[in-house]
Design a protein. Sequence first.
Length: 93
Amino acid sequence: MKMGHVIVTYKVFPKDVVNNFDELKEKIERCMPDSSSLEGYGEEPIAFGLKILLVQVKFPEDESGIVAVFENQLEKIPGVSQVQTLMVRRTSR
């Protein structure tokens, strides 16, 4: 029987004003676990020209600890101020 997946959306706050998130996206993709997949990115303005990066990742439901490991890696990326989990949902796809 095939297990489902968990899709997690993160808010990634940069330390400074960022006009182009391409470099940060590359760093995020390098720390992705092999069994997970990137579902997409978004940007959200918050104040005074500061934007945050929204990151959506799909993790296998049956792999214990994978989400916590990825979150720790996100927080260690240079230029990242903080990471917040915005939404977690389960999917069977």
